[in-house]
Design a protein around this ligand. Structure first.
Ligand SMILES: CC(C)(COP(=O)(O)OP(=O)(O)OC[C@H]1O[C@@H](n2cnc3c(N)ncnc32)[C@H](O)[C@@H]1OP(=O)(O)O)[C@@H](O)C(=O)NCCC(=O)NCCS
Length: 290
C-alpha cells in the first residue's frame, strides 16, 4: 500500500498527544501504555520522541533513548491501523537509528514479541540481529520464609564479575540486564550500582557463590529480577526466597526475566511463577553507524 498525502517525520509536540492516544487506543486488546508515558518520553533526557505525519496529521510514533553510555533503546513503535503496510514504521525506525547516531551511541536495541511479524521484518531489513529470547514470569509474595540472602559489597565485586562471566544464563541473555522493559549491557558500573543499592542477593560466600540474583525496581512494580543463576539446589532455594523477599515490596509481587532455557523456566514454574506474556520477547540489536 502507498500513502496518498505528504509524509514527514518530526519531533513530537505536547499537542500531538490526543491524536496519538486516538490511534493507539486499540493497539492491544487492553489498549496501550503510550498515553501513560507520553509526557515522560517527551521530556526524557537524551531521548527523542518522533511522530510521522501524513498531511500534517500524526499517524505514527517511535521513541529512542540513550539508556547507558553508548547504548540506545527503541520503543513505542506505532502506526495508525489505516496507515499500516505502507512502510511508515520502517521509515520511523530508520530515523530513530539516525537519532541514535546523533546521540553518539554505538549500539541500538529493542524488544518485540516473537509473534510480531512486521517488527521482525523491519529488524531484518535494517540489519538488526536477535541477541536474546526472554520470557517473563510473575508470582505473588510468599509462602516460604527468608532464604537467608546475603548482600555482597563492593570489595566482593571481582567475585561477582567472575561468577557472571561464567554464567550460562547471562550468556543466553546476550549479556543484557533489564530495567523494566528496557535492556542494556550488564556492565561493571551497572553491577556496582545494584550492589550499592543492596539489590544483589547471594547464597553461599562471596568467594564461593552458590546462587545469585540481580534485582531492581521498575515496571510492573514490586520486586523485579533481572538475572538469576546458580547451582541447582541453591537456585531452587533462591527462587523460593525471591517470593519471600517480595513481601517487602508494593505491590507484594515478583517479576522475573529469564532466557528461554528449559531448566530455568522449570525452576520458576515449580516455585509457582506464572507467565506474564505468552510469547517470548525477542531482543534485537544493531551497531549504530558513526
Ligand atoms: C508494527 C507496526 C508499527 C508496523 O507498522 P507498519 O507501518 O505497518 O510497518 P511497515 O509498513 O514499515 O512494514 C514493515 C514490514 O512488515 C510487513 N508487514 C506489515 N504489516 C504486516 C502484517 N500485518 N503481517 C505481515 N507482515 C506485515 C511489511 O510488508 C514490511 O515488510 P517488508 O519490509 O518485508 O516489505 C504496526 O503494525 C503497529 O502499530 N502495530 C501495533 C503495535 C506494535 O506491534 N508495535 C511494535 C511493538 S515492538
Amino acid at each position: 500500500m502507498s500513502v496518498s498525502g505528504k509524509v514527514s517525520i518530526r519531533s513530537a509536540r505536547a499537542e500531538d498527544r490526543d491524536a496519538v492516544a486516538r490511534f493507539s487506543e486499540h493497539t492491544w486488546e487492553w489498549g496501550d501504555y503510550i498515553p501513560m508515558v507520553w509526557e515522560y518520553w517527551l521530556s526524557e533526557p537524551k531521548g527523542k520522541l518522533l511522530v510521522v505525519t501524513v498531511d500534517r496529521e500524526p499517524v505514527g510514533i517511535a521513541h529512542v533513548v540513550m539508556v547507558a553510555p553508548g547504548e540506545a533503546w527503541l520503543e513505542g513503535l506505532r502506526v495508525a491501523p489505516e496507515y499500516r503496510r505502507a512502510g511508515l514504521a520502517t521509515k520511523l525506525t530508520q530515523r530513530c537509528l539516525a537519532e541514535a547516531t546523533k546521540l553518539g551511541v554505538s549500539v541500538v536495541r529493542f524488544a518485540t514479541a516473537a509473534t510480531n511479524e512486521p517488527v521482525r521484518r523491519i529488524a531484518a531489513r535494517l540489519g538488526f540481529v536477535r541477541v536474546a529470547s526472554m520470557l517473563t514470569r510473575q508470582a505473588e509474595a510468599g509462602p516460604d520464609g527468608s532464604a537467608g540472602f546475603k548482600h555482597p559489597t563492593l570489595p566482593d565485586m571481582h567475585y561477582l564479575v567472575d561468577f557472571l562471566r561464567d554464567s550460562p544464563v547471562l550468556a543466553a541473555m546476550g549479556g543484557l540486564c533489564n530495567t523494566g522493559w528496557r535492556f542494556q549491557r550488564l556492565t561493571p558500573q551497572m553491577l556496582k550500582d545494584r550492589v550499592n543499592q543492596g539489590m544483589v542477593l547471594m547464597l553461599g560466600r562471596p568467594d564461593n557463590i552458590s546462587a545469585l540474583a540481580i534485582t531492581g525496581t521498575g515496571y510492573p512494580g514490586g520486586l523485579l529480577v533481572s538475572f538469576a543463576d546458580g547451582q541447582p539446589e541453591a537456585l531452587r532455594t533462591l527462587v523460593r526466597g525471591l517470593r519471600a523477599e517480595a513481601a517487602g515490596y508494593e505491590p507484594p509481587q515478583v517479576t522475573v526475566w529469564l532466557p528461554e532455557m528449559e531448566t530455568m523456566q522449570q525452576l520458576f514454574v515449580e516455585a509457582g511463577f506464572e507467565p506474564l506474556m505468552e510469547s517470548p520477547l525477542w531482543v534485537y540489536e544493531v551497531g549504530a553507524k558513526a
